[in-house]
Write a protein that binds this ligand. Sequence first.
Ligand SMILES: Nc1ncnc2c1ncn2[C@@H]1O[C@H](COP(=O)(O)OP(=O)(O)OP(=O)(O)O)[C@@H](O)[C@H]1O
Ligand SMILES: [Mg+2]
Length: 443
Amino acid sequence: MNEQLEDILHQVSKSPLIDNGELEKAYRLVISSLHKGLNIQRAGVWFVKGDYSEINCQLLIDTYHQTEIEVLTISALDYPQYLLALKGERAILANDAHTNNATSEFSEGYLTPLEISSMLDVPIRHKGEMIGIICCEHIGNKRQWSEDEATFVSSLADLIGRAINAQALKQSEQKLNDINDKLEKTIKERTAQLVESEKMAALGNLVAGIAHEVNTPLGISITASSAITDSIKKLEKAMKDGRLSEGLFKSFLQESYKLLFMLEHNLGRAADLIHHFKQTAVDHSDQNIHIFDVEKSLRSLVLSLKTEMTKYGVNVKLDVVEKLTIYSYPSAWSQIFSNLILNSCNHAFENNNNPEINIKVSTTQDNIIAEYIDNGCGIPEENIGQIMLPFFTTKRGQGGTGLGMSIVYNLITEQLKGTIKIKSELGKGINILIECPLTTLPQ
Ligand SMILES: Nc1ncnc2c1ncn2[C@@H]1O[C@H](COP(=O)(O)OP(=O)(O)OP(=O)(O)O)[C@@H](O)[C@H]1O
Ligand SMILES: [Mg+2]
């Protein structure tokens, strides 16, 4: 092939317009290359309908008549010879288009009015099938198409096939992306629904828990107060009937004191429960953040819990990095450790001859790490996942409300923005790891 045609082919072949899936631009590039390479003024890309009944113009550029055609359909049945030649799938080199077997059908209605003398038509193939034609039309005197020119047009037809492949690939990529986006959206929606329904379930449990816990002392209080009313009525009647003796009055007083004590005790229990429950929601108004000495504050906490600990003879060992001061919420840390220590006292050391609690505190560059270990009875596997849920307790009716660990969890995750991990095995004590980011002092 001559050098100029080879050069043009090379340029088209490496142009991104062929492979980026924008067919219209690829057609324009091919047509302008045909104009230039063959020195013609009319060239177009046509596609054949699947049943060979129609040939549709995709783009035809005529620089002689200065027209661009994007929509034109010719009925293939009106041009049987041309159609037959096309089906042969070889290039049609019509030096004299008016007399050539394949193209003479166009002479009167098409070639003469447009002053076309020679045609060079080459099939476009896609996946081995002939799907269209590149049409080169020469205006003016007849010309001899060379083999080089036919090869040049064939190569451009192959490049159109490549462009069609690229577009199909781009379309399937787009489809895949659309499906992915849809899938991601569905997953997001489903996750949100799940979180929402879990939230609602947790709220339901919480409300049921509060109702259950508060109901018992309130029920007892109502019974006690109506019993008091009954005994007052009895006293009143005895007085009216003139039967009020000293003995009767004394027994009335005794009964009333007993009932009032019961009433007071149970109302107090209900009030305690509500107070305790309010603590589960971390009190963000307690934003008392300042620098404090970790070991000192832990020592004073342990001292304040001495009464509880001496009951079981608990030994607390503190292992805190020397002179560790942090900028954080001291009351949150105290609440966390007091709940953990009280839990060990209340749940872990029933039959233990050497009850021990170890608290280790250290820091990394970004975090404070606290490890809480007791050598108590441990927690059965099936309970570990539950102990931080509000109202989970194994001491119901024996002073446990099941709010301690949920307060600990909320303080660590919400106020201190940290994490808590609990490891435990029945008979092997508990190991709690707390990790919280170190807060830097505001400038
Ligand atoms: N150190 C521990 N050893 C063994 N079991 C524990 C320990 N700490 C917690 N538990 C178990 O976890 C449960 C939940 O603890 P949590 O502090 O939330 O509630 P509670 O202590 O029962 O009641 P509350 O703290 O509200 O008075 C306890 O009932 C207990 O079964
Ligand atoms: Mg507790």
